[in-house]
Design a protein around this ligand. Structure first.
Ligand code: AMP
Ligand code: GLY
Length: 405
């Protein structure tokens, strides 16, 4: 099978890595990819949101499957353009991707499907959460616990434009749940958690994600099946009923509250950097599953979950997320890999054959082990081998005392 992966981040590197070992693979391509992806796939200089460019490329290459990584192209309808031209695509239509693209649409679908979520409030009063209605790259949520936070939050929310959703503030540990969906049926992957804040102890601004781990302890197979029944299947049913079946990864961002699970948001794609921890734990042929889902039927396809754990630590520019370092030499990736870790590229570039930083999150270092503690020490030991002047990381990813929430 000839496959084209669309995107250029750590998530797409992890997808490319995992697909590259599938027995059914004959050719692997990426657009636009990154220097890490280029070691596994042929990269083509077509942007992830250039639908016509991607269509031309996919036709030229004669690919059998296109896997779209990021949300923005999906919400903009890239999958529709490819699908209407007869290509097989893993990634939802724009109509189905609205589940991520519009918070109010997601709330409406959840209400119709009977999915437990935070209640909508009709006024802004503490405690509450303010959310921008549209895509905001993780920066569209303000949690207001105090009057002072509310005053500041309302100011921030003005920047979101007219459409702001106000909802009840919930409390509890968070879980990222990824389900590979064919429109009606779903295969769930290992539950994971990301670390959104920039600094240790969940301090500082929100980021694209400073690390992740999987699986989340204490969610057994029965509990996981329960979450799929409560939070995934009803939404698939409702979207199909509305004439926009969801084909791709439905990602439920959940909070496990004292009153049971509540969905905070849906995303229409794999999470970054959770994917880097989740995919090494897949027991089975991911390509076969994505191709079956994209083809419209997961029937007869199964994916197991290895009885192991994985931890991913992001290495970021010192001033991330405010701006990003560019052009600094990166060394030691081979040393980290020699420790058994996977090093996924996010913000890297090649400069005269030299690997350099290219802003934002730079690398994700992922290690697996029999327990979360083993995976954690292996990930940090490998990350220690990488030398990037001025870069930093969080030191508390997957630390036991960070696991409660
Ligand atoms: P979202 O983009 O909706 O997932 O929100 C981003 C983050 O804001 C979540 O991961 C939570 O940490 C927090 N959050 C969102 N909604 C709520 C809520 N209703 N109660 C408490 N925290 C929330
Ligand atoms: N890590 C959360 C996300 O990808 O949205």
């Amino acid at each position: 099978m000839r496959v084209l992966v669309v995107g250029s981040g750590g998530r797409e590197h992890a997808l490319t890595w995992r697909l590259s070992s599938s027995p059914g693979l004959t050719e692997l391509h990426a657009a636009p990819g990154n220097p890490g992806i280029a070691r596994l796939a042929t990269c083509h200089p077509v942007a992830a949101d250039d639908a016509e460019g991607l269509l031309g490329l996919a036709r030229f290459l004669g690919v059998d499957l296109v896997v779209v990584g990021p949300e923005a192209p999906l919400v903009a309808g890239v999958a529709d353009v490819l699908r209407h031209a007869g290509l097989t695509v893993f990634g939802p239509s724009a109509a189905a991707a609205r589940i991520e693209g519009s918070k109010s649409f997601a709330k409406d679908v959840m209400a119709a499907a009977g999915v437990p979520t935070a209640a909508l409030l009709d006024s802004t009063r503490v405690p509450c959460v303010l959310k921008a209605d549209g895509l905001a790259a993780g920066k569209g949520v303000v949690v207001c616990r105090t009057e002072a936070e509310l005053v500041a939050g309302v100011e921030v929310a003005r920047g979101f434009g007219d459409d702001v959703v106000v909802e009840e503030l919930l409390d509890g540990p968070e879980v990222s749940l990824f389900a590979v969906c064919d429109g009606t049926d779903a295969l769930v992957l290992a539950p994971s958690r990301d670390f959104k804040r920039a600094y240790d102890g969940d301090e500082g601004p929100n980021t694209g994600g400073m690390g992740s781990f999987a699986p989340v302890p204490d969610i057994g197979d029965d509990a996981l099946d329960g979450l799929v029944e409560t939070c995934i299947r009803p939404v698939l049913g409702e979207l199909a009923r509305r004439g926009s079946p969801f084909v791709g990864t439905l990602f439920a961002g959940l909070m496990l509250t004292a009153d049971g699970p509540r969905v905070l948001e849906y995303n229409c794609r794999f999470g970054d950097p959770e994917t880097q921890s989740v995919l090494p734990l897949v027991d089975g042929d991911l390509l076969a599953a994505l191709a079956a889902a994209a083809g419209g039927s997961l029937s007869g396809v199964a994916l197991g979950r290895l009885a192991a754990a994985a931890v991913t630590v992001a290495l970021v520019a010192g001033d991330y997320p405010s701006s990003g370092d560019r052009g600094t030499t990166i060394e030691g990736i081979a040393d980290a890999a020699a420790e058994g870790a996977l090093v996924f590229h996010a913000g890297t570039a090649l400069n005269d054959g030299r690997l350099v930083t290219n802003g934002g999150r730079l690398l994700g270092v992922t290690a697996t082990g029999p327990t979360l503690a083993d995976a954690r020490s292996a990930a940090y030991a490998a990350a220690d081998r990488i030398r990037i002047p001025g870069a930093r990381r969080r030191e508390d990813i997957a630390r036991t005392d960070a696991l409660a929430g």
